[in-house]
Design a protein around this ligand. Structure first.
Ligand SMILES: [Zn+2]
Length: 447
């Protein structure tokens, strides 16, 4: 951890210093960067709730204060009390944290640390929505309302854009919160139609912001079938991006029928691959399918499919794309643009929900504050993944002559060890030498 943050920490401290902090300066006991680290450690050591900061950090060990001062390069004389972080979170605008995240991502992009996962030379952006918080009664004017039989649920959701890196690493680039205005008039609409409206509207806000932040990157958007529509295609076209969208019969039935018919007429568009482990894949494709969307716009779409046979059975996947599909590209598009999309679900959301990161925990009941907690979690998760999948841990494992996964037993234990280190190990000044850090490179383990 220290090695990895060493690469980032002089920069992180500088970025934290630029967080627009609206507190009255005289009343402020703690420096911004100290509290920024305090907040990040809630997630780095996977404490699960804000109260645990008191038990595990404040009263947790003899070296916490000294180590935090070293990390933040501050000279605080006490540790924050229970609500300090929450006050701090309320004073730093969301935009400030978004800026920190952008600085981190741009640093990784400049280092080319994520380039191995590019698709036909383009960075892949995984886009998916997830539920954040769910209440049984309305808690604020922005709650999304969903009726399930007699039960009414009040939800908050987020649409997340994550950049795909090697070895399952996903780096959060953009987050758009989905709010009740997105649902429009819900009368007579099915839950699926409401979901569609919400996510497409949020997509319409998310993508322009990403274009503004990363104007040069020729993204490929990896999307689920919900986005197989003119709205998403037009947004991608507007920004010079491409897309790989899950192709489902139910979403665009006429297009599906045409695809199945044309497939018969292109028997040469096939590629088979047999893997050493008994897995067999067959790829087929059809180019330049005509699709007219609900607003009368005409699109030329390429479609591809992958049938995978293993001892366990047969799995079938299909996608629509604007990328050129042929013998040389079909496999890469299916894998990096299609199959890898589950990673945003798996590595991104499931991991964040089913670990001490505790994504669905109500870190604050104030909706503006929990957006900040959400972003703190995303920033910490970038650091966590660099520790777990970075070359520095691999080097340590090589020195100890053990496989990486045997170093700590489980990922949960990595967080525990980080916490132990913070509490009981005196962190050397030398570890924080900015000049030495400048020479360090982090490669991501893709073995
Ligand atoms: Zn609400």
């Amino acid at each position: 951890m220290v090695q990895t943050t060493r690469h980032f920490f002089p920069r992180l401290n500088a970025w934290f210093d630029r967080l627009p902090d609206t507190r009255v300066q005289e009343a402020c006991t703690y420096e911004t960067r100290f509290l920024a680290w305090w907040g990040l450690w809630l997630y780095l050591s996977q404490l699960g709730s804000r109260r645990q900061l008191d038990y595990e950090l404040r009263d947790g060990g003899p070296l916490v204060l000294a180590n935090f001062n070293r990390l933040a390069d501050t000279a605080q004389t006490t540790l924050p009390v229970h609500d300090t972080l929450d006050h701090f979170v309320g004073h730093v605008a969301l935009a400030g944290w978004e800026h920190v995240r952008q600085q981190m991502a741009q640093r990784l992009l400049r280092m080319k640390a994520l380039d191995a996962a590019r698709l036909l030379g383009r960075p892949v952006l995984l886009i998916d929505a997830t539920g954040l918080i769910c209440f049984h009664r309305r808690h604020c004017p922005h709650c999304l309302v969903q009726r399930h039989g007699k039960q009414t649920l009040y939800l908050h959701q987020v649409l997340e854009a994550k950049l795909l890196g090697p070895a399952g690493v996903v780096v959060s680039l953009g987050s758009e919160f989905i709010e009740n205005a997105d649902a429009g008039d819900t009368r007579g609409k099915s839950a699926e139609e409401v979901k569609q409206d919400c996510e497409l509207k949020a997509l319409g806000r998310l993508l322009p912001r990403l274009k503004k932040a990363y104007p040069q990157l020729p993204f490929v958007l990896a999307l689920d079938s919900l986005y197989g529509c003119g709205t998403a295609f037009a947004l991608a076209q507007q920004y010079g991006w491409s897309f790989v969208v899950t192709f489902k019969k139910g979403r665009t039935p006429a297009l599906w029928q045409e695809y199945r018919a044309l497939l018969q007429e292109c028997p040469g568009n096939v590629l088979t691959r047999a893997w050493g482990d008994g897995r067999e894949q067959e790829f087929r494709w059809v180019n330049r399918l005509d699709y007219e969307d609900s607003e009368g716009r005409c699109w030329k779409l390429n479609a591809l499919e992958c049938t995978e046979t293993t001892a366990q059975g047969v799995q079938y996947f299909a996608w629509l794309t604007g990328l050129p599909v042929g013998r040389k590209t079909v496999e890469e598009i299916a894998q990096k643009g299609g199959r890898d999309r589950w990673k945003v679900e798996n590595e991104g959301f499931n991991r964040q929900k089913n670990s001490g990161l505790n994504l669905e925990h109500v870190y604050s009941i104030d909706p503006e504050k929990w957006k900040v907690y959400y972003l703190l979690l995303q920033i910490a998760f970038i650091l966590v993944q660099l520790v777990e999948r970075g070359s520095l841990l691999r080097r340590l494992a090589a020195e100890l002559e053990r496989p990486v996964w045997k170093l700590f037993g489980s990922l949960r234990n990595v967080a525990r060890r980080l916490l132990d280190s913070l509490r009981f190990v005196r962190w050397d000044d030398e570890w924080f030498d900015a000049a030495a850090a400048a020479g360090l490179r982090i490669g991501i383990d893709s073995s």
